[in-house]
Ligand binder design. Structure first.
Ligand code: EPZ
Length: 423
């Protein structure tokens, strides 16, 4: 029997306490690929030790870089980079490997990156990336499943994105900072992780204006330099924890180290649902259950809208709310796979295309369930904490991709959860 990892959760016990948010996975990944834009020694602080980060670092190492964690500081030395081709074995594990396409084009003028496949939540095409890079003068072709890019001379231009795609904006920032002339990216993504990458590039010497706005202006430079950066906190991890108090009669949690404006929309949603949200310090939130939960409607949308990465977690919360709630998933075409696992626990959720209709409140009963993607897995853990008796969550490797020390953090809140491996 293969070595199966699973979480055993004994639910129903109200949780209370404090949690400190780790660094953002989705800020760390582009930061790691951006080290290809200038050879030398980088120091990145607050990088979460999660699977996706190690996949990116293994790819960087394959290209010739050296890296090591020195306590909380990730040191990366790209002075020995010697390759520009990424093997399928390393890249297929993670779609975010597409971030090397922009960095290789911008930093080394060429590259070969496996075309990412789809994943559980959707087809996840990369046409926006390819269109933007071609507009900058890169030649991109498909060869035996790999994207081959030739970008010896990139020239600034105006690029209008069909959709404010996060990694497309990040790839175009990395490809344009060393190009000739000015690049204008319209309909750019405004996520804090995109702004973080832009700030890192500016510290490296890039000239960028409009980060966090609809239009970003980049003036190409000749050379950049390595830097030290502190990675921003993970708003999706924080958004996963702020749901917890709503899962019990009496629930209360203090979330530390999260800038309020990163979570404004989810926090407003919590208030609408009937939880008490308090800002008790500059970057400290308290969320408390006070009385029954009310149903609501959620539309996912790009930042500063409601993040798609939090809709599975809020779906679990809404199974405990009075009445019919609706979640409209506008970004991905298949992000409700977790619903069928929740229904096995007693939830009453119907899915019609990109809409989930949740009837509440429904008591949840512990059951064996399996994670279908990273955030779905997190949602099933929340459901296990809420359900009576024992829930076994399988496929926890998916959860470990993006949550650092999850079991320890939940145990500190009083959760009964253990990792079990073996046949
Ligand atoms: C980023 O993915 C995140 N990943 C995702 O988080 C997140 O769900 C997503 O942004 C939306 O916020 C990282 O940052 C590593 P998009 P990304 O390009 O950049 C379509 C997690 O849980 N699209 O903004 O891939 C696409 O199909 C992950 O950490 C195209 O059609 O998302 C989707 O419908 C899951 N063509 C929409 O745009 C393209 O070329 C938004 O995708 C690119 C995207």
């Amino acid at each position: 029997m293969e070595n199966i990892k699973r979480y055993l959760i004994r639910g129903g016990k109200p949780l209370k306490g404090e949690v400190r948010v780790s660094g953002a996975k989705n800020a760390s990944l582009p930061a790691i690929s951006a080290t290809l834009l200038a050879k030398g020694l980088y120091k990145l602080k607050n990088v979460p030790k999660v699977r996706d980060v190690f996949v990116m670092l293994n790819i960087l190492e394959y290209l010739g870089a050296k890296w090591a964690f020195d306590k909380e500081t990730l040191k990366i030395d790209t002075s020995t980079i010697s390759k520009t081709e990424i093997p399928y074995e390393l890249a297929h594990q993670m779609r975010a490997s597409i971030l090397f396409l922009g960095a290789l084009a911008g930093g080394l003028g060429e590259g070969r990156v496996p075309l990412p496949g789809g994943c559980a939540i959707g087809k996840r095409p990369v046409d926006f990336h390819l269109k933007g890079l071609s507009l900058l003068g890169a030649e991109v072709s498909l060869d035996h499943g790999d994207l081959v890019i030739k970008a010896k001379k990139l020239r600034g231009t105006t690029i209008i994105l069909d959709f404010p795609s996060v990694t497309t904006t990040e790839n175009l920032l990395m490809a344009s900072v060393l190009s000739e002339g000015e690049t204008i990216i319209k309909n750019a993504a405004k996520e804090p992780e995109v702004v973080f990458l832009g700030e890192m590039l500016k510290k490296m010497g890039a000239e960028i204006k409009g980060l966090g706005e609809d239009t970003i202006y980049v003036k190409g430079k000749k050379k950049l330099k390595p830097v030290e950066m502190e990675v921003i906190p993970d708003r999706i991890e924080a958004g996963t924890f702020i749901v917890i108090p709503g899962l019990f009669e009496e629930g209360e949690i203090i979330v530390k180290n999260i800038p309020f404006h990163y979570l404004e929309t989810p926090l407003q949603k919590l208030t609408e649902i009937g939880l008490r949200v308090e800002r008790i310090d500059k970057e400290v939130l308290k969320v408390k259950k006070k009385g029954s939960l009310k149903n609501t409607q959620i539309f996912t949308s790009p930042f500063p809208g409601f993040p798609t990465d939090l809709q599975p977690q809020f779906a679990v919360l809404l199974t405990q709310a009075q009445g019919i709630s609706v979640i409209n998933e506008t970004l991905f075409e298949n992000r409700f796979l977790y619903v069928f696992e929740l229904n096995r626990m007693g939830a009453e959720i119907k899915v019609e295309n990109r809409t989930a209709i949740i009837k509440g409140p429904t008591p949840l009963e512990g059951s064996p369930v399996r994670a279908t993607d990273l955030r779905a897995g997190a949602a099933l853990v929340l459901a296990g904490l809420c359900a009576k008796n024992t829930t076994t969550v399988y496929n926890v490797e998916l959860i470990e991709r993006g949550y650092e020390n999850l079991i320890e953090k939940l145990k500190n809140l009083g959760a009964e959860i253990v990792l079990e491996t073996g046949g």
